[in-house]
Design a protein around this ligand. Structure first.
Ligand code: R5P
Length: 293
């Protein structure tokens, strides 16, 4: 995407700097003004005719979604040829079907809004369980969810080979397996039963003879999944337990819950700003941007 221009929201400055370093693209700040009635005015400065890349992670999403839609409109009116959204975290992907009567399919609602506003959408490890590809739920845009495994593998490569990689549930199996193959480490996945927003049980299969484990999951939200898996590992005699997640949505205050369950440290990718950020996905997104035509 030579000649494209990055537009970074104020709450994405840190990630924007990483992406700017990784891409070498010019960058401008998106400006926001909040009116007394609570509405927001979005302003962009765009060099006419260039492609635009809007950068914002969409955790805590409701207001942010509307603002990125307005920014896409502003960029087109300012003469952007193509408008791409780089959203390292893409929300509303978990409600991908009507679980109980009277609920929406939020994934389709959000996908349709973004597909109507952007030419392309890049994200990382979108929570896709019952569909194969992000493009299926973002009609009208070229949408891609990048696999975080290369970034996680780079971090794990420096660890001991006898570290057990543990996915807490069957849904995590494909990418824990892919990651384990990359770094030649043993792996298992547990069986999870969710009994409420913050009540989770995890059962593990028989473990190989190891003394250290790294829990791997795409999201930590309440932290209940990681805590339950850590307790199961602890019961099975594993003394050194770390956890890595792609998207750290967990409130820093809930980290104590993980510590109580035996997690020594939580590390995360920088898709959501968080004290646990340790692994950057900016190089992955930069490579995907460079590969886009
Ligand atoms: C579920 O399918 C996801 O992969 C995560 O395991 C889940 O979102 C974690 O949520 P929490 O931290 O609230 O248990």
């Amino acid at each position: 995407m030579a000649g494209a221009h990055l537009h970074v929201f104020p709450d994405a400055r840190r990630f924007g700097r990483s992406l700017q370093r990784a891409t070498g693209l010019a960058v401008s700040a998106v400006r926001l003004h909040t009116f007394p009635d609570g509405e927001t005015l979005v302003r962009v400065d765009h060099p006419r005719g260039a492609d635009a890349v809007l950068v914002r992670s969409l955790h805590d999403p409701n207001a942010k979604l509307l603002e990125v839609l307005c920014a896409a409109d502003a960029l087109r009116r300012a003469g952007a040829r193509r408008v791409t959204l780089v959203a390292p975290y893409l929300p509303y992907m978990r409600q991908d079907r009507v679980f109980s009567a009277g609920e929406p399919n939020s994934q389709r609602v959000v996908g349709a809004l973004l597909g109507g506003a952007f030419d392309r959408l890049l994200t990382v490890e979108a929570h896709l369980h019952r569909i194969q590809r992000l493009a299926e739920v973002v009609p009208g845009a070229r949408a891609r969810s990048l696999c975080a495994a290369p970034a996680l593998a780079e971090w794990l490569a420096a660890r001991r080979r006898d570290t057990l990689l543990v996915g807490p549930d069957a849904e995590s199996a494909p990418w824990v397996r892919a990651l384990a193959r990359r770094v030649a480490m043993p792996w298992i996945v547990g069986a999870k039963v969710r009994r409420g927003d913050r009540r989770v049980e995890v059962r593990l299969p028989a473990l190989p003879a190891v003394r250290r484990a790294v829990l791997i999951d795409d999201i930590a939200s309440s932290g209940a999944t990681l805590a339950a898996a850590a307790r199961a590992l602890h019961r099975a005699g594993i003394g050194r337990i770390d956890a890595i997640v792609v998207h750290a949505l967990i409130q820093p205050a809930a980290l104590a819950r993980l510590q109580r369950a035996g997690v020594r440290r939580l590390l995360s990718c920088d898709t959501v700003p968080h004290p646990s950020n340790a692994i950057s996905v900016a190089p992955l997104l930069a490579a995907a941007l460079a590969g886009h035509r």
